[in-house]
Write a protein that binds this ligand. Sequence first.
Ligand code: DGT
Ligand code: CA
Ligand code: CA
Ligand code: ZN
Length: 584
Amino acid sequence: MTLTNRDIADIFENVATLLEIKGEIIHRVLSYRRAGETIREMARDLRAIAAEGTLTEIPNIGKTLAEKIVEMLETGKLEFYERLSAEIPPGLVSVVHINGVGPKKAKLFWKELGITTVPDLETAARAGKLRDLAGMGAKSEQKIIEGIESLARQTGRTSLGVALPAAQTILDSLLKLPGAIEGAIAGSIRRGRPTIGDVDLLVASDDATPIMDAFVKMEQVARVLGHGPTKSSVELLNGLQVDLRILEKARWGTAINYFTGSQAHNIRMRELALKQGYSLNEHAFSPVDKDGNIIEDAPKILCATEEEVYAKLGLPWIPPELREDSGEIEAALENRLPNLITLKDMQADLHMHTTWSDGKLSIREMAEAAKARGRKYIVITDHSQYSAIAGGLSVERILQQQQEVRQVDTEMGGDFRVFHGVEMDIRSDGTLDYPDEILQQLDFVIASLHFSLRQPREQITQRLLNAIRNPHVDLIGHPRGQLIPEREPADLDMDAVFEAARQHGTALEINANPRRLDLEAQYARRAVELGIPICIDTDAHAADQMDLLYFGILTARRGWVTAKSVINTWPVERFIAWTQNRGK
Ligand code: DGT
Ligand code: CA
Ligand code: CA
Ligand code: ZN
């Protein structure tokens, strides 16, 4: 069996975890883990690089690891990994990946209870056998059960931040081929879902064969799962599955509509079509008799555009982000679809970090980067002192920083403004990280939870409420604290959070980083219904991260958000007036 990049990445990461359980020095653990992560992200096939003899030029791959890669490519296995697996049960790797379990606990469960797999652990947890072990209790046992459930929900899905650029690269290369007329990404990516199962690509062409052949032979392909004249499927080196369908241009509208989904939206569309005497699928509208059977010799109606498909059903075109059967069909029928926010509406970015804390660029460089992207104003919001590992600013340092912000603001000229804020920690005990006298000197205050995110519901909700109610706090950053895919949101009472934000007019963030997308769409939708102001921010730590704003816009659109609910669509004067009126 030949191993793919992904297989080799898996083995290195498993070695790292097993070494960690064994209690190896962290340096050795990390060298395997970093190598695994690097290989997982690589676009080129390791086999090709090994053939060139340039494996050691890959970041995080030294001579020893390069030899191990060669061993795996040649023999299909790694001797060192086999020996390690004989010593420590490899099933523990999955146990370590459960939220609430780490290498120490995995070892404890193994040594004390003989647990070597996730199912073993689940059985023991549900039987109440974990709570009496050293350092455990009924609560941590419950957390482990929840962790196992959440792992089961996530498996097999890839984050939008990884899938969208990968899909776009492939589509771009297909569209360069002769004979390709039009192409699009369909499926859950087009709908902007935060995680996706597989990539769905559509290309219109009268000559599918050469395009299909090129698709299955792409360098990033690890395995061909299917290769046909109109549909092919491949698995990429990073594990992502990609489906490509090729069809004639005359059927583009029905096809892109069908393969964009969601399935629930498609079902509603089909019901509407049936009421008008048609069966609707990816190929056409086909007339049906009174029993719903397709009338074979009746002419079918083809749609070359998606607009025609909706128009045939008496509907305006529905933006893909809304197609979840969550009220969009009704809204379309009554002509009250929301005028969704777009990237062009965005005037500002109100959350970003610089070298003053854990960012990569200076204040001036971040300002230039934002200006180059068409923003009209920004707020510099470095971390506060409680985030010591992120270089959080003491009271003295943040006051010092203000002078530099003011200076850059002047240097940038009047048509681009730079304001001074902070991303302040809400400490584990619920207090805020700076006193009010400091907060009132800042132009804009974000309060965020970064630590103790697994506190019980009442306690962690109270922390957030303390921040929302402080008149100097303008915005709650990434309110639910999730990381995609590995960290579940905090256990917050969101009704209480919304009620407080509404009462105090405190804004809630849609953090655009695809690792966060927090608030998610369904929460953003409720916030907007309640009249709570929204900010869509990049939380950029470097210039290129400012481009991630697009993912925040997708999430906002999925949440039915229009520009008028979003603070950073406002002209700068209105933004200044809003911040100045708060806290009064
Ligand atoms: P994913 O891949 O799990 O993130 O989600 P989707 O929505 O991309 O689902 P996928 O890839 O299975 O199929 C793409 C679209 O094709 C889906 O959104 C709707 C359509 N589709 C697939 N299977 C069915 C089906 O059995 N019935 C209907 N009505 N539509 C389907
Ligand atoms: Ca899909
Ligand atoms: Ca698919
Ligand atoms: Zn943050």
